[in-house]
Design a protein around this ligand. Structure first.
Ligand SMILES: [Ca+2]
Ligand SMILES: [Ca+2]
Length: 198
């Protein structure tokens, strides 16, 4: 009798534990919204890094103070937060955007303060979006902007971006993968036990 009770408890404890592990450490539950406002990052050489996101000007001069490079970090619209914008006297730019840790992400939104046209965003999925005017663009409603490894921004002449929001999936951490795997193994084992005893 005691032995049977122990087996019963053992079986019914394993299954919830496995489900808890899987739910807690599954990749989708690790998604985190990250807003880049171009205020708190570090501009160095041809890159700007904020909150783990790298903006790298491809083959360009560099990010500069007011007018020292292709790109500026400057509050052009007076809302006390910097914009990422092209510098009029230095022509246009091409920028790669990605996470320093190689995280996979969804592009959630881009807040555009100024745009004179011909500015194009390309996703690693192959999706292309032509920015057309001043707007807060909601990419969650457009197919092709999820599970990305990078973005590419072309010809940002006349473009001024107030902020960008990313939904990052932190799936590359070995410990997370280990715990998720452990949860799946326990779940499979406890299910086998359940089937063999019933
Ligand atoms: Ca800003
Ligand atoms: Ca601003």
């Amino acid at each position: 009798m005691t032995n049977k009770l122990t087996q019963l408890n053992y079986r019914w404890l394993l299954y919830p534990l496995a489900i808890l592990l899987c739910l807690t450490f599954s990749p989708t539950s690790m998604a985190t919204l990250i807003t880049i406002d171009f205020d708190s990052g570090l501009a160095m050489g041809n890159t700007y890094t904020e909150n783990g996101v790298i903006f790298s000007e491809v083959g360009g001069v560099m990010f500069g103070p007011a007018d020292g490079g292709h790109l500026q970090l400057f509050d052009s619209n007076g809302d006390s937060s910097n914009n990422l914008q092209s510098s009029g006297s230095h022509g246009c730019c091409h920028i790669d955007i990605y996470f320093a840790d190689g995280y996979i992400f969804d592009l959630t939104s881009v807040d555009v303060s100024a745009d004179t046209g011909l500015n194009q965003l390309t996703a690693s999925s192959g999706a292309i979006f032509g920015i057309d005017g001043v707007n807060i663009y909601d990419f969650t409603t457009i197919p092709g902007w999820s599970n990305l490894s990078s973005l590419h921004l072309d010809d940002i002449a006349g473009l001024s971006i107030e902020s960008m929001v990313f939904d990052v999936h932190k799936v590359s951490e070995p410990f997370t993968i280990f715990l998720l795997g452990l949860g799946l193994i326990i779940m499979a084992y406890s299910r086998r036990e359940f089937v063999s005893r019933s």
